[in-house]
Write a new protein. Structure first.
Length: 339
């Protein structure tokens, strides 16, 4: 027998004295724990086949027997490798889906918060822009009302100031020297002071009144400066325009200059005949400064070389270098056979 026997025992049992009801039982156990009953030999002298049951305690008779009325579910066979792999993949997919859903929910909440914050920031920026606009506009209106008695002066000064800055900035973009702009500003400032003094002290009105007393004493004193201003303005400016028109356009230019000059001179004379107060004269002087500054600064355009713009904003060096390179390559790489 190939199995190695680990133990052998002879058990004798019976209900009477020794020799009655004797049944010899010879058992051996191999290394696998199988029991061989050598007392029951089969035909041919071979022993009975082994049993895999080892010496285990006998079942408890008091244990409850299974109820035959209750259906017994068969035990589920163990899952195979493919089924286990499928279950693992499904579990991983559910895990990833759960995390993705959580991320979507959290990102949605964050997006709602961001929208609310963005709306508040946009309102804050709009209010800042409103303040930036309101401050200079309100300051100009306040100064016009406080200094000159009317917010109209604030509107006029603010408009002229913005237009002057527009012209000066455009001239700066054309690379007009800043020294030229500064000197023209100084000249406009001096002109404004002169206008403020002359009109604030009503010198033209007084001049027209005295001239009117000599030339037209029969006119009412209240309107005498106005009539004198209209007459002198039309005469002086009309003659100057006549000479300028005759020089530029001959007889037709002279006639046109005379008519146009007379109309413009009459308007200027009427304006100068007004008796302005001091603060109104100062306001007019500020207007003169803001008008004269861009006008004087723009005189630089008479001698401005407009080709400088092309040279400054055109990639001429790159284009010239590229052309030279192409010519160099053509000179050294023939494009085809020459006859």
């Amino acid at each position: 027998m190939a199995a190695a026997y680990t133990a052998a025992a002879c058990r004798v049992g019976g209900g009477g004295p020794l020799g009655r009801n004797v049944r010899g039982i010879i058992e051996v156990h191999d290394y696998r724990g199988r029991r061989w009953d050598l007392s029951q030999n089969t035909t041919g002298g071979e022993s009975a086949p082994p049993t895999d049951t080892s010496d285990q305690p006998a079942p408890d008779p008091s244990a409850a027997a299974p109820d035959p009325a209750v259906p017994h579910e068969p035990a589920e066979p163990p899952a195979g490798l493919q089924a286990q792999a499928r279950r693992t993949v499904d579990a991983a997919r559910r895990l990833v889906t759960t995390h993705v859903d959580l991320a979507k929910a959290e990102l949605s909440e964050i997006a709602e918060r961001a929208k609310a914050a963005a709306l508040l920031v946009a309102i804050a920026i709009a209010l800042l822009l409103f303040v930036v606009i309101l401050l200079p506009v309100g300051s100009a209106l306040f100064l016009g009302e406080w200094l000159f008695g009317s917010i109209g002066w604030g509107v006029l000064h603010g408009t002229l100031f913005c237009l002057a800055l527009v012209v000066v900035l455009l001239l700066g973009a054309l690379q007009i020297p800043s020294r030229h702009l500064a000197t023209r500003l100084a000249g406009a400032f001096v002109l404004g002071i002169v206008v403020a003094i002359v009109l604030g002290l009503a010198w033209p009105n007084q001049l027209f009144a005295r001239v009117g007393e000599s030339l037209i004493p029969g006119v009412e004193a209240g309107v005498r400066p106005l009539v004198t201003g209209l007459s002198l303005g039309a005469l002086v400016v009309g003659v100057l325009a006549l000479l300028a028109g005759a020089r530029l356009g001959g007889a037709a230019g002279a006639v046109g200059g005379l008519v146009g000059g007379a109309v413009v001179g009459a308007l200027i004379g009427a304006f100068l005949a007004i008796s302005f107060s001091l603060h109104v004269g100062i306001a007019l002087g500020i207007c003169a400064t803001l008008i004269a500054w861009p006008a004087l600064a723009a005189t630089a355009l008479r001698s401005y070389d407009w080709g400088v713009i092309k040279a400054r904003y055109w990639p001429g060096t790159t284009i010239a270098t590229t052309k030279e390179t192409i010519e160099w390559v053509r000179a050294r790489t023939p494009l085809g056979r020459k006859p």
